[in-house]
Design a binder for this molecule. Structure first.
Ligand SMILES: C=C(O[C@H]1C=CC=C(C(=O)O)[C@@H]1O)C(=O)O
Ligand SMILES: [Mg+2]
Length: 466
């Protein structure tokens, strides 16, 4: 069993407190230990008692980076719409200034990391649904488990005040060791049962698709993504850990995420990367154009072939490729992307997919890239500003964090954001699911309606525990 000795954190803590006294402001103390490999979901689960409402989970499709945060050591949050990406970046930078970071590992995603995201459109009128999530919300966790290429690291973050003393560090050390020891007790709880499914205004949604199609045929708008909601009720309070476990099993090739705030939990399994930054290398994804999976291998292959040659879907996809290329060109010395889309097959749906690799200029930050890209025409439309305005006008749904950038940034400026689709918001014994689709001049509202139905499936499957 792993135990961390108390002497080190005490010495470091006293140094941090002295620095806080000298500078007259809080100072971050962060330390990283390597651990034997532990199961990230068990780590998330063991936060249930102590850190409920203050947890996050993140896993990329290849399991290269798994991050689990428990507790909130510092929060960056705002409802200010202007410059929101830049503001988060500056606040993180200022917060990190003069911090004491004890990290002898070079791995990206160890040490101080903030996790969180942004709402889709800060100018959209807010409803009760997303009242727990401000337009920008990030946590620096108290304890962060990072599993990087199958090696585990535990980062502890403590914000030290001038008036703090040794007892703070004794407490943290005890708590940390208790956490690590309780890892081996797994809680047994029952999965909730679905009692009611309500589609929110499906006919009105179809009518808005028809209206937008008309505009697309004779205006400057080329594409608008329209989304809708499914509201589910269960016989008891839903536990995020069950749903997360199912998503992780059923949609392992997606980004699996959960992000708690004040009792609610936003979670999902998205196949869509927005942008990843590793030093000066960046990776993005064009994902748009969809068809169902076949029941047999042959049917599945034929459906894939149909998608690869379908004009409506190819146009829907091409708008995304063009926009991402344009958005990245200014910041990159080099961009590589194939001419033709390929297929991405997820358990419940297949998509047209074009991967993008680039080399960014020195001064380009991850959040600057997020700002340039969000929303891509896979979530917003084309042209970007006009499409977002149209969505604001015609969509009934309050998207909140759905279809928006969600991810993490470490203290060295590396990190990754996904687009939070195939997702849901848990609120007690109810859950809202969200799904949208790219409407182009060739769209038919009935088939777009069915396509959104496919996109609800990953969350439905996980919620039902199928
Ligand atoms: C907006 C969603 O999916 C986007 C991503 C891939 C394919 C899409 C499509 O074919 O319409 C959407 O643009 C969603 O899942 O809610
Ligand atoms: Mg589509």
């Amino acid at each position: 069993m792993f135990t961390i000795q108390e002497t080190e954190i005490k010495e470091r803590g006293i140094t941090a407190v002295k620095k806080a006294e000298r500078l007259g402001r809080p100072i971050l103390l962060s330390e990283v230990y390597k651990l034997d490999l532990i199961d990230p979901l068990s780590f998330f689960n063991l936060g249930t008692e102590r850190f409920l409402g203050e947890r996050f989970f993140w896993k990329d499709p290849k399991d290269e980076t798994v991050l689990v945060g428990l507790g909130i050591s510092q929060q960056i949050q705002s409802d200010q719409a202007t410059d929101r990406f830049f503001r988060v970046e500056k606040e993180w930078e200022i917060f990190l200034k003069d911090s004491l970071i004890f990290n002898s590992y070079l791995e990206i995603g160890t040490g101080p990391v903030i996790f969180g995201g942004f709402s889709f459109d800060p100018y959209k009128e807010k409803t009760e649904l997303w009242s727990k999530y401000p337009d920008s919300l990030f946590y620096l966790p108290k304890y962060l488990l990072s599993i990087i290429n199958e090696e585990a690291y535990l980062t502890t973050n403590i914000v030290c005040m001038p008036q703090d003393d040794e007892s703070l560090f004794e407490k943290v050390n005890d708590e940390r060791n208790e956490l690590l020891q309780s890892l081996y007790k797994s809680p047994q709880t029952k999965q909730a049962a679905l009692t009611k499914t309500e589609e929110i205004l499906p006919e009105q949604w179809k009518r808005s698709v028809d209206e937008v199609v008309k505009e697309l045929m004779n205006g400057q708008l080329k594409k608008v993504v329209l989304a809708r909601e499914l509201r589910l009720t269960f016989n008891q309070q839903l536990e995020a850990e069950h749903v997360l476990e199912n998503l992780n099993k059923q949609q392992h090739e997606s980004f699996i995420f959960a992000f708690e705030s004040n009792g609610d939990c936003f979670l999902g399994a998205t196949p869509e990367r927005l942008v990843k930054k590793q030093e000066d290398e960046i990776f993005s994804t064009c994902l748009a154009g969809s068809i169902s999976r076949g029941k047999t291998a042959e049917e599945d292959r034929l459906l894939g072939e149909t998608l690869l040659h379908d004009q409506k879907n190819l146009i829907e996809h091409r708008y995304v490729v063009e926009m991402i290329k344009d958005a990245l060109e200014g910041s990159c010395e080099e961009i590589i992307l194939p001419d033709q889309p390929q297929l991405m097959k997820n358990r419940d749906i297949q998509h047209l997919y074009t991967p993008v690799i680039g080399k960014v200029r020195r001064e380009t930050s991850l959040l600057l890239l997020v700002e340039k890209l969000h929303p891509t025409p896979a979530l917003g439309g084309l042209p970007k500003r006009e499409a977002v305005e149209k969505i604001r006008q015609v969509e009934v749904l309050d998207r909140g964090f759905y279809a928006a950038p969600l991810g993490w940034i470490d203290y060295r400026g590396n990190g990754e954001f996904a687009v939070s689709i195939r997702s849901g918001l848990i609120q007690g014994n109810e859950v809202s699911l969200f799904a949208g689709c790219g409407v182009v001049a060739d769209s038919d509202s009935e088939s777009e309606y069915l396509e959104t139905g496919l996109k609800f499936r990953p969350m439905l499957r996980a919620l039902r525990g199928e």
